[in-house]
Design a protein around this ligand. Sequence first.
Ligand SMILES: [Zn+2]
Length: 138
Amino acid sequence: MATTRPPRVMDPFAREFWEYTQNKELRLQQCSECQKLRWPAAAVCDKCLSPDYTWEQVSGKGQVLSWIVFHRQYFPEYPAPHPAVAVELAEGPIFVCCMPDEFQGSDLADALPMELDWLESEDRFGTYNLPVFKPAGK
Ligand SMILES: [Zn+2]
């Protein structure tokens, strides 16, 4: 069953990103000029300003760069304590996300291998799969 979440930011580029997540595909824009993978999705490349890109699927593997555990509740959908983790993807970009409910943040460590997981979610735009990361193999 889908968990209700705060509404996603939705622009034409984010809309394309979320369409791929319907099939549980984590794809990032790759600049057609300089090949840089960029995240979050945007109108132009932040390195060379090219507006041209393709959507490249990433491996779903990464490692912990940093994390924080919120002990105060900011959203009713995220009861405290709830961790937020910055994962350095194997392909380079940094992806910030929450974690599946069974992880409270105490399982995290610097450079811990992480893997992609998906949470059935819902907001005012509809149901969707939220990409998150969890410790690899757990
Ligand atoms: Zn570029």
